[in-house]
Design a binder for this molecule. Structure first.
Ligand code: SAH
Ligand code: SF4
Length: 426
């Protein structure tokens, strides 16, 4: 790989998001209060709109039944809509994963993935979600579960009252993970990633990022508080190159929708200024850094962004993040056959992560059209994992979800008219 074009993505900070005309979804309480003032309404109306948007997750102004008819009419007259992204297409995998093509108001599309039972990505990170997974493995044995048998909760509910569980539990799942996109395309140009092939089209707004979650929750009639939902900002795009909108969406999801930030993980390719800002946030998801290589030379070849920010600088930034009780930092490592998957690489990773409260998620590279890498051999994957564990680093292999529908890591690419998709159900 000689001359790799560098598109570090830094210049994309100028890419301006194009908000939908008059979308309410995405507005915070302060903005809604301002809007109510303009409409000659009392401030408490803003709280009602906020609750309707994020707690009740209404799909239209008409459904905001806590508002007076007159207020609803004046919102509609002025062209205000809820403005949730529309699920334009759905692909269903044999493993229960669903991939959605989400259409924004201007017609741009991104992808969002629903993974009942998650992908194992939470394992070992010290969080509540991780402990649940460990308990589940203890009871049922490790491995993927698409468990839909009648009476699941009678047998597996650990004695808890079934009435306290929501729609997911009734289908036999203990949790689900939603993978959301932060940009239309991506500018970072990692050589192994399908999304990179799109280039960057635009940033998403906070409402468009959080709106993906609301649209998927509505589709599955999820009851927050009863059903356990994990969020991963690991879809299309680099969240730290759309930092303000990404963080604003986190606040809407925490304060509005009611998903705790301890159940959210953001993955970055290593955008240093973003990582530094992230370290100063009080409400923030957990961090995952896409390390993907054990030294700068290999990393530059597969992630040209490394020319701008070296591994050492990224690790220094990680160390400056004040970790909460039970919080660990995840390092993702995509295994590329013959490139970064050999014992010498494992030894280098151990040296890099020594002394950190870190765990590693190994991801077996998912192939994609026009990408010239090889998958690692199962033997090399096993040796790599064993060496890291022997060196004292908790190391997990992420379960690939939805491979048959191109929904696994790095496989999210717009395929509006793609006919090769399996299981399309529009
Ligand atoms: N842009 C962010 C988040 C989205 S990518 C980032 O890069 O971290 C989410 C994860 O998928 C990253 O760890 C990335 O390295 C990994 N990934 C990308 N392409 C992949 C592929 N083809 N196979 C397996 N993992 C891939
Ligand atoms: Fe962008 Fe992440 Fe893909 Fe790299 S791996 S091109 S940062 S989406």
């Amino acid at each position: 790989m000689a001359d790799i074009e560098i598109r570090t993505g830094v210049e994309t900070e100028a890419v301006v998001a194009m908000p939908a005309a008059r979308s309410l979804f995405g507005m915070g309480l302060a903005e809604l209060t301002g809007l109510m003032g303009e409409l000659g309404q009392k401030p408490y109306r803003a709280r009602q709109v906020f609750e309707a948007l994020y707690k009740q997750r209404v799909a239209s102004v008409e459904e905001m039944t806590t508002l007076s008819g007159a207020l609803r009419a004046s919102l509609e007259e002025q062209g205000w809509v809820v403005g949730l992204p529309e699920i334009a297409q759905t692909a269903v995998s044999v493993d229960g994963t669903e991939r959605y093509l989400m259409k924004m108001a201007d017609g741009e599309t991104v992808e969002t993935v629903w993974m009942p039972d998650g992908d194992g990505g939470e394992r070992g990170d010290g969080s509540e979600a991780a402990e649940e997974e460990a308990e589940e493995d203890r009871v049922q044995g490790p491995g993927p579960r698409v468990q839909k048998a009648e009476g699941f909760w009678d047998r597996r509910g650990n004695g808890r009252d079934r009435a306290n569980f929501g729609t997911l539990a009734e289908k036999g799942f203990r949790r689900a993970t939603i993978c959301i996109s932060s940009q239309v395309g991506c500018a970072v140009n990692c050589q192994f990633c399908l999304t990179a092939k799109l280039g960057i089209r635009r940033n998403l707004t906070a409402g468009e990022i959080a709106g993906q979650v609301a649209a998927v929750l509505n589709r599955h009639r999820i009851q927050i508080g009863k059903d356990r939902i994990n969020l991963v900002f690991m879809g299309m795009g680099e969240p730290f190159l759309n930092y303000d909108a990404f963080m604003a969406s986190v606040r809407l999801l925490v304060e509005g929708v009611g998903i705790p930030e301890s159940r959210m993980t953001v993955s970055t390719s290593g955008i240093l200024p973003g990582m530094e800002a992230f370290a100063r946030e009080t409400v923030r998801p957990k961090l995952a850094l896409s390390l993907n290589a054990s030294n700068d030379m290999v990393r530059e070849q597969i992630m040209p962004v490394t020319r701008k920010w070296k591994i050492a600088a990224l690790l220094e930034a990680v160390k400056k993040i004040p970790l909460r009780t039970r919080e660990w930092v995840t390092f993702e490592y995509v295994l590329l056959g013959g490139v970064n998957d050999q014992p010498e690489h494992a030894r280098e990773v151990l040296a890099l992560l020594a002394g950190m409260r870190a765990k590693v998620n190994l991801i077996v590279w998912n192939p994609g059209p026009g990408i010239e890498f090889h998958q690692p051999t199962p033997e090399d994957v096993a040796v790599f994992q064993k060496m890291l564990i022997a060196g004292g680093i908790a190391t997990y292999i992420r379960r690939p979800r939805g491979r048959d529908i191109y929904a696994a890591c790095g496989q999210l690419k717009r395929t509006v008219a793609e006919e090769t998709l399996v299981g399309i159900a529009v």
